[in-house]
Write a protein that binds this ligand. Structure first.
Ligand SMILES: Nc1nc2c(ncn2[C@@H]2O[C@H](COP(=O)(O)OP(=O)(O)O)[C@@H](O)[C@H]2O)c(=O)[nH]1
Ligand SMILES: [Mg+2]
Length: 372
């Protein structure tokens, strides 16, 4: 949900502005007449369910220009706090009605284990409800409905442009190189281009350039819309293009960054979001909010080797509905496994067993020779 505050001469002028910017579906949250430095104006807070193209979070001043504002962020935080409190009450009521004893001992043990491992109460309640409704449903089946799996292979994500997003240091550049090398190994003749759109941070850019040179792949940089247009014009010359996206600064969203870089219009682009289970739950919620775009297609979990609980993998999937596509259990180029089998994920969740490195796994997607 996007919340914006608009200001203008009078209510009608502001409501017209709300309609223009957020569309007819906007909901008015509050209307106030205010006075600042002797000037009277009207202030309207409005919300819209989905982000509209070209829209930036912020506040319109009396002059009409939108700019991020701490008041608006405060309003959003207060709405989130209120919603959190309402949710707590509802969950408390639902939780009181959970009778784990009505499930099989194995299901009870599974649900208790998930909750101890950090899976939110609301997800446990959802799983309980599913198991209670259908006595033949196994816990793993119920779980697979909450945490869908789609292996990070070219066949499962056939779009030519594959981009990697996520916070700084999560493992984007490393994962991009892994994937590019895997595609090259499976299809040695594939024409591959590595693109760094994270040009502020020299280290990642140089690493990509280095691997591109070593592996005879093309290397490009995107600093702004002109570079993005060049890459788009050259797309037909490549079979696969891998893009390293920048981490998003506080208060911004990836959608805005893609627009600023001129990348929002790149056709057939899949964006993967990399996260690590060792981020705090509130941090993961915030990253999901910041990095989710219309082009985001999967979650990749990295640094599993540094995490001690994995419940956030379930929570994030439940909250955003995106499939999990790969698990990364170490810094090495062979430490990642595309999730070709949901069982790998269940072993991680219930046994804390790290996925086998790509070279050890017998039938991992990248190595099976699927065409780029
Ligand atoms: N322990 C561990 N380190 C990782 C993993 N993935 C990446 N790294 C390391 O984390 C650091 C940051 O990775 P990088 O790909 O540059 O992150 P980026 O800033 O998101 O591009 C590097 O030293 C990587 O070797 C992982 O799964 N486990
Ligand atoms: Mg990087």
């Amino acid at each position: 949900m996007r919340v914006k505050t608009f200001r203008g001469k009078n209510t009608k002028a502001v409501l017209d502005q709300v309609k223009r910017e957020l569309g007819a579906g906007a909901v008015i949250l509050s209307t106030q007449s205010k006075r600042e430095n002797g000037i009277c104006f009207c202030e309207v807070m409005a919300a819209v369910e989905h982000e509209t193209p070209g829209d930036g979070a912020g506040q319109s001043g009396p002059g009409g220009g939108a700019s991020p504002d701490s008041d608006t962020r405060e309003d959003v935080m207060s709405l989130k706090r209120e919603w959190g409190q309402i949710k707590e009450v509802l969950l408390g009521l639902a939780g009181d009605r959970i009778d784990l004893e009505s499930l099989t001992p194995l299901q009870q043990q599974g649900l208790r284990f998930l909750e101890e491992d950090g899976v939110h109460r609301q997800v446990v309640i959802r799983l309980f409800a599913r198991l209670s409704r259908d006595r033949d449903c196994s816990l793993l089946k119920a779980l697979s409905e909450v945490v869908p799996v789609r292996a990070l292979t070219p066949a499962a994500f056939p779009h030519k442009v594959q981009a990697f997003s996520g916070p700084s240091g999560v493992g984007k550049t490393t994962q991009l190189i892994r994937m590019a090398l895997a595609v090259q190994k499976a299809s040695p003749k594939a024409r591959i281009c590595l693109v760094s759109a994270d040009c502020e941070r020299g280290k990642g850019r140089l690493l990509l350039k280095h691997y591109a040179q070593l592996s005879k792949m093309t290397f490009r940089e995107i600093h702004g819309p002109d570079d993005a247009a060049d890459v788009m014009a050259a797309l037909h010359g490549f079979d696969r293009v891998f893009v390293d996206l920048p981490a998003v600064a506080r208060g911004k969203r990836l959608g805005n960054v893609l627009r600023e870089l001129g990348m929002a219009e790149i056709p057939s682009m899949d964006v993967h979001l990399l996260l690590s289970p060792h981020y705090a739950p509130a941090q993961i919620d915030s990253f999901l909010d910041t990095y989710r775009t219309a082009k985001t297609v999967s979650l990749i979990w990295t640094k599993l080797d540094e995490a001690c609980t994995f419940g956030s993998i379930v929570n994030a999937a439940e909250s955003c509905g995106l499939p999990t596509s790969a698990l990364v259990g170490g810094p090495g180029l062979r430490d990642a496994a595309p999730l070709t089998e949901a069982m790998t994920l269940w072993k991680l969740l219930f046994k804390h067993e790290l996925p086998k490195a790509a070279q050890d796994a017998p039938r991992q997607g990248h190595a099976t020779g699927q065409a780029a």
